[in-house]
Design a protein around this ligand. Structure first.
Ligand code: SAM
Length: 286
């Protein structure tokens, strides 16, 4: 696992525990002071987890150039990040690097600030707005385009919450732009399509993820109840079959027969295409 902009390492240590002693949790940050604090806790955290080997590594570097930080192609299972990508002046390079270092089937799982429109140029250099993680917030559709440039045609919103601006000065500056804090999953899969398509595939969650014995939420619109079969679109089937989730799902069917677009009117994917077909009971995008 790789944490982009790990700061003082809180999430790196959480993942260190989750992946177990034989896993690896790497944090990258450009700020030495933050890394200094993160490294100070290595010994005590390893002791706390009962590990004989250190499974964390903190690297100084830039998220736009993971190569210089020694992160090689196709080497990472999961890239995480919390409130950092908005700060990057070169987001295109960040996504290029993420999809370079992820293994096939690997996952980008991150939280950040998103805007409902492009931030006006005159506000991009405003230090207050930048510090508040607003000036660099990604416009959702540009985020979709950046992923598409890397061959990722679908992403999933796990959680979304409107950000209330409670400061009158900031509110006045920012005008009509509205912001959301979102948690997103995007997978390095080469068979995702730009809208959901129906191949009649059916997915059943086995209930085998220890923290989720009764149900699992892939995203805001896909809550899988243990043992209950669900008709899913081709993209969802691929996300469940060709990733770290594979052993926890049974997916029946394949993509040999196409039944038309999958009804995603409730916005289960990154696109806003609306189809008119009546939604199946218990289908993936309810
Ligand atoms: C808002 S803090 C978030 C820290 C951590 N992810 C957390 O949730 O506590 C942003 C962090 O990103 C780092 N950062 C910002 N831009 C960066 C870049 N281009 N490359 C590497 N680190 C960066 C900063 O040094 C800072 O530690």
């Amino acid at each position: 696992m790789l944490d982009l902009g790990c700061g003082t390492g809180r999430d790196v240590y959480i993942v260190s525990k989750l992946v177990g002693e034989q896993g690896n949790s790497i944090g990258i940050d450009m700020t030495d002071e933050q890394l200094h604090v993160a490294k100070r806790h290595i010994d005590s955290q390893m002791k706390r987890f009962g590990y004989k080997r250190t499974n964390v590594d903190f690297k100084q570097g830039y998220i736009e150039d993971l190569h210089s930080a020694g992160i090689i192609d196709n080497s990472i299972d999961v890239v995480i990040s919390n409130c950092v990508l908005n700060l990057s002046p070169d987001k295109s390079s960040v996504f290029k690097e993420i999809f370079r270092v992820l293994k096939p089937g690997g996952e980008l799982y991150f939280s950040d600030v998103f805007a409902d429109r492009r931030i006006p140029e005159r506000l991009k250099d405003d230090s207050v707005l930048f510090g508040e993680c607003l000036a660099g917030a990604l416009y959702m559709e540009d985020f979709r385009r950046l992923l598409a440039e890397q061959g990722c045609l679908d992403y999933r919103v796990v959680q979304s919450q409107k950000i209330e601006i409670k400061n009158a000065d900031i509110e006045k500056k920012i005008g009509m732009v509205s912001f959301d804090s979102k948690t997103i999953r995007a997978f390095k899969l080469d068979d995702l399509e730009d809208i959901c398509e129906d191949y009649g595939e059916v997915a059943t969650y086995k209930g085998t993820i220890p923290e989720h014995p009764h149900s699992f939420e892939l995203d805001e619109h896909h809550k899988f109840i243990t043992g209950k079969p669900v008709l899913v679109c081709g993209n969802t089937a691929s996300m469940l079959q060709n990733t770290r989730y594979a052993k926890h799902w049974t997916v029946m069917g394949n993509k040999t027969v196409h039944y038309g677009p999958f009804d995603c009117t409730s916005n289960c994917t990154s696109n806003s295409v609306t189809v008119s077909a009546a939604q199946d009971i218990n289908s993936c995008c309810q």
